[in-house]
Design a protein around this ligand. Structure first.
Ligand SMILES: [Zn+2]
Ligand SMILES: [Zn+2]
Length: 141
């Protein structure tokens, strides 16, 4: 939570109970939820909070680097509270996104062509396939 307060201060974002709750809900989740999922949880505490508010709050957070947006796989946009270096596994069946760490993947260096063309500030490897719960569906394809 400290990082949240720090970042808000740094970017002069007002720390409102709703903003704090949006962040807390995201941080407590390990499933890389979309705005809709967070909205459903928050409605218990804030019956009047709109999906639009939750969505805008999440986008504001991602713009100032409080959270991360998960790339790819189309809508709806998914969010990640974990800004530390880690990689993702996307399950094609249940649509869950799992975090994983792999020091061998951390050490992959892009070729000099890519490094010349872009300023690289981070690296995330995305693997896709079927998670443990869905592995039986992989064989039916
Ligand atoms: Zn799955
Ligand atoms: Zn993640």
């Amino acid at each position: 939570m400290d990082r949240f307060y720090q970042k808000c201060k740094q970017h002069s974002l007002k720390i409102t109970p709703q903003r704090t709750a949006v962040y807390k809900t995201l941080e407590a989740s390990s499933s890389h939820p979309c705005a809709d999922m967070i909205h459903k949880v928050l409605q218990k505490e804030f019956p009047n909070i709109s999906l639009d508010t939750v969505n805008r709050t999440l986008i504001t957070f991602s713009k100032v680097n409080i959270i991360d947006v998960v790339e790819g796989r189309g809508d709806p946009r998914r969010f990640d509270p974990n800004l530390d270096a880690h990689h993702h596994f996307h399950c094609l069946a249940c649509n869950k996104i799992f975090d994983f760490h792999d020091t061998a993947l951390d050490q992959i260096t892009p070729s000099s062509d890519i490094a010349k063309k872009f300023i690289i500030t981070g690296k995330k490897i995305v693997l896709k396939g079927y998670c443990d719960n869905c592995r039986s569906q992989a064989s039916t394809l």
